[in-house]
Design a protein around this ligand. Structure first.
Ligand SMILES: O=C(O)CCC(=O)C(=O)O
Ligand SMILES: [Fe+2]
Length: 292
């Protein structure tokens, strides 16, 4: 479940052998766990460790590295500047780490957003489909990703010793086997309509359709959530972990203050492409899933 690395610096380099083992672990559905890799805050940045910096209705703050903009933040001139610098730094060190640890992905990794999550997850009011305390694989209704892998880096930055408690569920192949009978075809014309009405940012491919169904059906099935074999992991403050959240069944049960960086990878850049959700779903459904 966990593949542990003892590194304590974001700037470390890794031998070819260390990289190969880490890639096999990551693509094989393990969580790369760095229990000594902390993300340090300056004194000024420590002031940001409060849910009060959230804008109304937001549950986290997101940083767009291309536009260098923040979303979800309350409009405090000084804090916004400090927060943006901190999140840009996390985005940059996470990207460095991924490129150093998985150098075979270099040139293929695409920078996504960084989020800062200052709300306690346990007991947070949310809709069933947005409830990340239930096991799920990641798929997003508005942002199709056309088969690209989702690689996420997380660091627990809780200042008072509170762990981030996760569940890890069964391997992706088993999730697919379990939910295959429920994966219905999309309605004719629906995905074009969603794009046309700007419900989705880009066209929702069949891959995105089935991944979203998998995400939703997992969360909706209370019986599955109860009985499926799961492991509890306690990610303590000062630890970092890397996981392909589109294939690893996961849930976040409790914890407050985490930083998260998202990166995307085309499946053809993987060492073992047959472990991609795209390949596994195409095999299971007996058809190509990236249509146009
Ligand atoms: O906030 C967390 O710890 C993880 C939530 C989650 O499911 C995700 O970010 O994919
Ligand atoms: Fe998730």
């Amino acid at each position: 479940m966990l593949y542990t690395l003892a590194n304590s610096s974001w700037l470390d380099t890794f031998s070819p052998q260390a990289q190969k083992s880490a890639i096999d672990a990551l693509e094989g559905g393990q969580v790369i766990y760095l229990p000594q890799l902390a993300f340090e805050f300056s004194a000024a940045e420590k002031e940001l460790l409060t849910p009060r910096i959230l804008g109304e209705g937001s549950k986290n703050i997101s940083y767009n590295p291309t536009r260098k903009t923040l979303k979800g933040v309350i409009n405090l001139e000084k804090d916004t500047h400090c927060l943006k610098k901190m999140m840009a730094r996390y985005s940059s060190v996470s990207d460095n780490l991924l490129n150093a640890l998985f150098s075979r992905y270099a040139g293929s990794l695409m920078k996504g957003r960084t989020s800062f999550r200052p709300i306690e997850i346990a007991g947070r009011a949310t809709s069933l489909l947005k409830d990340d305390t239930r096991l799920h694989v990641d798929a997003f209704p508005a942002t199709p990703n056309h088969g690209k892998r989702i690689i996420r880096v997380f660091t627990n930055v809780n200042p008072v010793g509170k762990g981030r408690i996760w569940h890890l569920g069964e391997p992706f192949e088993q999730v697919v086997e379990q939910f295959l009978p429920l994966l219905r075809k999309p309605l004719a014309g629906m995905r074009r309509l969603l794009f046309w009405c700007k419900v989705t940012k880009t066209y929702r491919t069949l891959y995105d359709h089935y991944m979203l169904m998998l995400h939703d059906e997992m969360k909706k099935d209370a019986f599955y959530q109860r009985r499926v074999k799961k492991t509890v992991v306690d990610f303590q403050p000062g630890t970092t972990w890397i996981v392909m959240t589109d294939s690893v069944s996961h849930a976040a049960l409790s914890g407050q203050f985490v930083l998260e960086y998202t990166s995307y990878l085309p499946p053809h850049a993987m060492a073992n492409v047959e472990q991609s959700p795209l390949f596994i779903l195409e095999q299971a459904l007996g058809q190509k899933l990236i249509d146009s």
